[in-house]
Design a binder for this molecule. Structure first.
Ligand SMILES: [Zn+2]
Length: 326
């Protein structure tokens, strides 16, 4: 067939289509309103017989001036990860819910809205979105008693959020933050952390539900504290194990992934004992990379599940891929 014939047939078809109203222009519709809502902040995975759910408390901006190290190096690492405002490096606050089949255990509880501004304090809402009620929690384990880990256990009226739960952390951690003496002598800027820790503990102490851990024994079947010293006086992680699989909920081993993975020697002002925190991180990273250990990190990008990979310089964070459960 000649091209000219094809063209004239195509033109005829268009004429027919217009005649049939197929190309009629619809009246202009209003644009759909924007929804301004994110998806619920939870992410779930199975680990052996345990169901583990990461619960998002919210996003934070970290000022990179809190990091200790060569400022030029830190800025170049941030730029390499596309953070062009060094005062607003985005980070996450996350807690982890473990359903062992017989017990419901929450490791860290977010801020409860008591600290860090309105973008935080969403953990309880996300717990509900994930299908659980606060009253179902049997045990809360705290990696440490900073406001972004303990704040979620009490509400604005000073009451318990987890009405059935026992609250546990290392005894050294409890003794430090609940000490009136230490609180009084603390620098002005640190006093808020003592106030929140003490307000959080009060209703559980009154109810006989505050139970510090004396040693490093297994707490419930499959969950054991792991010494990770330096960040606070009694900072620990929790190893969660089931059917030969395991996960280390590591608390505050790292805050700024783009800097502290390649350079674990970079510390942060939140560390109570900076040199120990750095040594702990350096030693732990060696083991975690060698062991290909699955980590749940409270301040790693949500949901904070990932592994460390050794690189020529330091490490990189390899996040878990979003997966279906079945
Ligand atoms: Zn923290």
């Amino acid at each position: 067939m000649k091209l000219s014939t094809l063209a004239s047939r195509a033109a005829f078809a268009v004429t027919l289509a217009i005649g049939a109203g197929l190309f009629a222009v619809e009246p202009v519709q209003a644009a759909a309103p924007m929804q301004h809502k994110q998806v619920p902040g939870f992410y779930r995975m199975m680990m052996g017989d345990f169901e583990v759910t990461a619960l998002f408390d919210g996003g934070i901006s970290i000022d990179s001036s809190l990091l200790s190290g060569d400022p030029a190096l830190i800025q170049s690492l941030l730029l390499r990860s596309f953070f062009d405002d060094p005062q607003k490096v985005s980070g996450s606050v996350t807690g982890y819910l473990i359903n062992t089949g017989s017990k419901l255990i929450l490791i860290d509880t977010g801020t409860g809205g008591h600290w860090g501004g309105p973008s935080l304090g969403k953990l309880t809402d996300n717990l509900k979105a994930a299908g659980y009620k606060p009253a179902q929690i049997d045990l809360v384990l705290l990696t440490h008693m900073h406001a972004d880990h303990i704040g979620g256990i009490y509400d604005a009226k000073g009451q318990r959020v987890f009405s059935k739960a026992q609250i546990s952390m290392m005894k050294t951690e409890s003794d430090f933050w609940l000490s009136k003496d230490i609180a009084e002598k603390a620098p002005e800027g640190a006093k808020i952390f003592f106030q929140i820790a003490q307000a959080a503990a009060a209703p559980y102490l009154a109810a006989g539900k505050w139970k510090p851990l004396q040693g490093m024994d297994e707490i419930v079947s499959g969950i054991t504290p792991v010494a990770i010293p330096g960040h606070t006086p009694g900072h620990v992680g929790y190893r969660v194990s089931s059917k030969g699989q395991s996960l280390l909920i590591w608390g505050d081993v790292a805050h700024v992934v783009s800097v502290q993975m390649p350079h674990p020697e970079v510390g942060i002002a939140f560390d109570a004992d900076g040199p120990t925190a750095i040594k702990t991180r350096e030693d732990l990273f060696v083991k975690l990379a060698e062991g290909k250990t699955l980590v749940g990190g409270a301040h790693m990008p949500f949901p904070g599940f990932g592994r460390l990979r050794k690189e020529d310089t330091g490490y990189s964070w390899v996040p878990v891929t979003f997966m279906n459960l079945n």
